[in-house]
Each structure stands twice: as C-alpha cells, then as structure tokens.
Design a protein around this ligand. Structure first.
Ligand code: HGY
Ligand code: MN
Ligand code: MN
Ligand code: MN
Length: 429
C-alpha cells in the first residue's frame, strides 16, 4: 500500500502500563485535597501544574503542542499526509472535589501511551493523530459541564454566558482564565476556539465506565453506542426567614423546607417517568443563612437529570417546574430562580468507528459489549464536530467521583491497546 510500516499486529503492541500508572499517580498529586482523593478545579494552581505535567509528556512523545484561548490543549503526531483531517482522541484531567484519579485521566494519559506504542511498533500514521486535553469537563467551577468541548462544538450561548459568569468566590471566568495564563478579553476571544466542521475525521475517547456492568459481567471492553442526554437546572426559593424560636409554625414561610419538598417531588417525577433509564440527582442544596437557629430565608438547589430518551427527560423537567411553582404558592415563598443551565440531546456513536473498535477488541482477544454511557463526556459535544465513539474499561465496583475510584493495570492496558489499534486503522482511512 506504499505506506511506511503497516501497523504491526496487535500482539506486538506492548503497553507500558507501569509508566502509565506512575504518570496517573504523579498527576493525582496535583490536588487541592489530600490523597487518595483528588480535587482539581479549572484554572486553579493545581490545574496549571497538571496541565504543564501533561504538556511535558506530550513533548517527550514528540508531539507538537498547542493551546486554544480557553486552554484546550492539543498534542499532534504529524501524519504522512498532514493535509488530511486528523483523527482525534482525548478526555479531561479536571476532577470534582474529593474524587478519584482515573476519571478522564485514563483517556488523556492512555491516549498518549497509545501513540507511544504505535511509535514503538514502527507505525506511521497517514492522517495525523491528535490528543486533546479538554480544558474542563466537570461543571464544578462555573456550573456548566464540558465547558471546553461545548465551546469547541461552537456554542454561541456558552461563549456569551461566560462573559458574565463568576464562580462561588465571585471571580469571573475571564479573570480565572487570566490567572492560569489564558488571556481573553472579549466574546470573540472565547469563540475563537470554535472548531470548523471537518476539522477532525473522527473523535475517540477512552474512559472508565463509571458504572458496575463491565466488572460484574467480567467483560474487558465496553463499546459505547450512545451517550445519555444530560440536563442541569438551578432552583431558588426565598422566604422571610426569622428566629427559629420566636416564629410559630403557622407564621413561617421556610425556603429550606420548600427545597426539601421539591427534592422529594423531583424524585417522584423521576421514578414515575416509566423507565429505569431516567435518573435525577439533587447534588447541591444550600440554605441561607445556614444557622441552626435561623429559619432559612433562601435556598438554592442544583439539579441534574438525564435519560437516553430526550423527550422523557424533558417531561421530568416540566414536572419539576410545575412542582416548584405549586410548592412556592403553598408555602408562600417566592420562586426566585428556575434556570435550565443546560438541556443537551443524547449523542449516537458512529457505526463505522464502533465496528473498528469491535475489530480491535477481537484481534486483541478481548471480550467486549455494546453499551450506553449514562455519564456525559466530552465525546457528547465532539459528536457535533465529527463522527465519535467511546471505549470503556471496567472500574472497581463502578465507583467514580470518589477516592475509591480504581482501574486495574490490565484493564487500562486493554483499553489503550484497543484505542491504539482503532486510531491506527482510522488514520489510514
Ligand atoms: O457528570 C458526568 O457525567 C461527568 O462525569 N462529569
Ligand atoms: Mn467526571
Ligand atoms: Mn470523565
Ligand atoms: Mn465525563
């Protein structure tokens, strides 16, 4: 076929999983909470240290490294025909408070190891292969998930919202970015990161399952066929508050109890959706002033609901809104906020990439199964830019977003190998 060095057969692709584990451990040390937990929030000092650490590994692997205005980082392995749209892969390294060290990280460091094993095998890509470290996938600091990939996919709404978004300490997005070395002043700066259609021929993401299926069924590889549709809603109630002793019950309009009642009503709506695939979480519930002897005068809830069926999920959001209005009336509190922060459609994986992954698992003699991802990922937004698919590996008891998160060396090596073989194949198409 005239290409130098056809990809060597998978059996010669030996993954240096010891080095990968060392890198995962070293990266986890850049954290704002003590080991074994990891907390690494967008644009903090620890985030900057972690970014530099990964950029160094990209450089050591001979990749050309560039960053965009918001800090998405790209490491490119120049291909034989550099003019063609590259194959891309990657994930995130930011970590929610008190979480683990594998979520996202396996898809960044594992992608770099996939490139290293292809290089060691003498393979030369036709299309360039590009590893993307998305600037922030978790919603922690500015309340929106997949900030980096959402912008890459061209979200005008997010570009304008970020111009007047502040974090919990009243630091603006622009100032936070500046403190990390990303100097933006205008909406144009932010939207300069939008990718043109056709920038990439494909996007693949390696990720821990963040669920128990692969481990419990003893399956080595998950091939993701669809990513569930996530949505997040902010709700606020306001009442008169007052002295916990002096105000008798009939004279209260307790914003805290309104929040509590809404949370339980929301759970009912989710359970009554008609499908096990509908999930709902009230992950944040704040009471103001937050004193034991003061009736909450304000409450703030951040609600996460997802489903593989977008309509069914949207129905839950409508019922949530109806309940919030009803509870506010009944309890004589003000519904001060009901804001849908994001209401994203699900994403379907590209069939041709799914079969390339299936083939890679087969030639590597690995068991595999097709499955949906109930967690969202940067792939959800990259699917708006190019054909996408994901590779899952098992994680201990499905744990994620907590310090006990763990993926074995064998499982990581399997995932890296399937990623490498798939990247090699797609770089030749
Ligand atoms: O919440 C999620 O699904 C992702 O892991 N941030
Ligand atoms: Mn996560
Ligand atoms: Mn993740
Ligand atoms: Mn994710």
């Amino acid at each position: 076929s005239g290409y130098p060095n056809e990809p060597s057969t998978p059996s010669f692709l030996s993954v240096d999983v010891e080095t990968l584990q060392v890198q995962i451990d070293e990266l986890s040390s850049f954290s704002d909470t003590p080991a074994p937990s990891v907390t690494r929030i967008l644009y903090t000092d620890k985030d900057v240290l972690a970014r530099n650490y990964v950029k160094q590994i990209m450089t050591n692997s001979g990749l050309s490294v560039r960053e965009d205005a918001v800090g998405n980082i790209f490491g490119r392995w120049q291909g034989y025909e550099a003019g063609l749209a590259p194959v891309s892969t990657g994930s995130h390294i930011d970590a929610i408070p008190y979480s683990g060290k594998y979520d996202g990280v396996v898809g960044v460091l594992g992608a770099l190891e996939a490139i290293n094993i292809l290089k060691r095998s003498g393979f030369e890509p036709n299309r360039s292969i590009e590893v993307i470290l998305f600037t922030s996938e978790e919603p922690t600091r500015f309340g929106i998930g997949c900030l980096g990939s959402r912008l890459l996919s061209g979200s005008e709404k997010l570009a304008s919202t970020l111009m007047n978004t502040v974090d919990a300490h009243n630091i603006s997005f622009l100032d936070a970015a500046k403190s990390a070395g990303y100097d933006m002043d205008s909406k144009q700066d932010i939207s300069s990161v939008f990718l043109k259609k056709g920038t990439y021929s494909a996007f693949l993401e390696l990720h821990i399952e963040q669920g128990p299926l692969l481990e419990s069924e003893g399956v080595s590889i998950g091939i993701v066929t669809a990513i569930a549709a996530p949505a997040s809603i902010n709700v606020g109630f306001e009442g008169n508050g007052g002295h916990a002793g002096a105000v008798l019950m009939p004279n209260r309009n307790d914003a805290g109890l309104a929040a509590a009642e809404l949370a339980l009503e929301f759970e009912k709506h989710v359970l009554q959706s008609g499908s096990i695939d509908t999930v709902g979480t009230v992950g944040i519930m704040e009471l103001h002033p937050g004193a034991i002897n003061s009736i909450p005068s304000k409450s703030h809830l951040e609600i996460d609901t997802r489903d593989i069926d977008e309509e069914r999920r949207n129905k839950v959001i409508e019922k949530l809104h109806e309940s919030a209005i009803k509870i506010a009336q009944r309890r004589q509190v003000k519904l001060s906020e009901f804001k849908i922060v994001n209401q994203d459609p699900p994403a379907l994986s590209e069939v041709s990439i799914i079969s390339a992954m299936e083939n890679a698992a087969m030639v590597s003699n690995l068991s595999y199964k097709f499955m949906i991802s109930r967690a969202y990922h940067d792939s959800l937004f990259m699917s708006r830019v190019c054909p996408m698919a994901m590779i899952f590996i098992p994680c201990y008891k499905g744990y994620s977003h907590k310090p006990e998160e763990y993926a074995s060396r064998d499982d990581m090596a399997n995932g890296v190998k399937v990623l490498a073989i798939t990247l090699a194949k797609l770089s030749r198409e």
